[in-house]
Design a protein around this ligand. Structure first.
Ligand code: AQP
Length: 321
């Protein structure tokens, strides 16, 4: 099975990115054909500082590698190193009804927040469709926030195939119910735009500060508490196995557990969990030439895979004359 997904290099990573998508990708590489990329073209819709984008791209690569992505077992590249994706985007644009894009929640939410809409933001899902279809991605691990974009990709692929035969593989979203939406400090979806994240690779002081900001209710320490409505519990459980989760649940129900105490435990758990990855990330970022080499090799493999599908597209659409 060919598994494919990407991540934008548009700032720091948070637990939502990690549990919603990155951890699953790393797990998949053991038994599947994994395609993973840094979506720097996509990030251009929000990052307009060129230096920041370039720096963020190398950092995003180091992040994924530090978290366990193995470039020997997977195809790992930077989106713009395979510019063929833009050619496919154009071909697919001609099979994308305007209404399909106008209905996209992500676009509508951003416009509602006051972001001046431009064509890049509007056409974002077509580029995402091209990312997947260019490599014949069969399964796409994403958080629930990307579900609609996946449906758009499927619709476009079906329309293209209706016209030109079975060229595109129709992708399936891979959304784990338990991890579909990782909640943030306030219980809403964890998201950079909501400023409610717990970030990866922070120093202890900054991490502790974020964890202590988790919103809790005013139940007194001695009273029993409801784990299912507690934001601390909902984040903590991501790090626990079933038995440990049950034990924590019992402590909530028994009363006598203060939110300060459980937040301190969560802070230590997150810190210890990511400590080895943080060290590995620093080592990777210390040798940028080596990082660029890994990405160049990945781009070569990705371009080879892309050329197979693009050749068919060019022929079918009449670009080969
Ligand atoms: N809270 C979340 N729960 C589950 N999955 C999530 N993802 C993001 N937030 C959650 C998944 O992470 C992957 C990378 O997505 P991205 O590069 O688009 O990350 P993002 O959108 O930048 O994350 P934010 O914080 O939500 O950014 P803004 O606020 O800028 O939109 C995707 O698979 C995504 O589903």
């Amino acid at each position: 099975m060919r598994v494919l997904s990407g991540i934008q290099p548009s700032g720091s990573l948070h637990l939502g990115n990690y549990f919603g998508m990155m951890k699953k990708m790393v797990d998949y590489q053991e038994h599947h054909e994994l395609f993973c990329f840094i979506a720097n073209y996509h990030a251009m819709t929000s990052v307009t500082d060129g230096k920041a984008l370039a720096k963020g791209t190398l950092e995003a690569a180091a992040n994924f590698l530090a978290l366990g992505l193995d470039p020997e077992k997977s195809v790992f590249w930077v989106q713009s190193d395979v510019p063929e994706v833009q050619e496919l985007t154009w071909a697919l644009s001609n099979f994308t009804p305007m209404g399909l894009l106008e209905r996209c929640h992500s676009y509508k939410d951003k416009v509602a927040k006051g972001i001046a809409p431009n064509h890049g933001l509007f056409a974002y899902p077509v580029l995402m469709a091209a990312d997947i279809l260019l490599f014949g991605g069969e399964l796409v691990p994403v958080g629930k926030d990307q579900k609609q974009h996946l449906e758009v990709a499927r619709d476009i692929a079906i329309k293209f195939n209706n016209q030109y035969g079975d060229v595109m593989v129709i992708p399936e979203p891979d959304i784990d119910d338990e991890l579909a939406t990782i909640p943030g400090l306030d219980g809403q979806k964890m998201s950079k735009s909501y400023k409610n994240t717990i970030d990866l690779f922070l120093d202890d002081k900054a991490l502790r500060k974020q964890v202590m900001r988790i919103v809790t209710d005013p139940t007194p320490v001695e009273d029993p508490k409801n784990p299912d409505t507690c934001n601390v519990f909902q984040i903590y459980r991501l790090f626990l196995d079933k038995q440990q989760e049950q034990a924590l649940r019992q402590r909530y129900l028994a009363g006598g557990l203060g939110y300060g105490e459980v937040k301190q435990e969560l802070f230590e758990t997150v810190r210890d969990f990511f400590a080895p990855y943080t060290r590995r990330r620093e080592e990777l970022l210390a040798d940028k030439e080596q990082l660029r080499k890994i990405l160049a090799e990945g781009a070569q493999k990705a371009r080879y895979a892309a050329s197979k599908i693009l050749r068919k597209v060019r022929k079918k659409t009449g670009l080969v004359y």
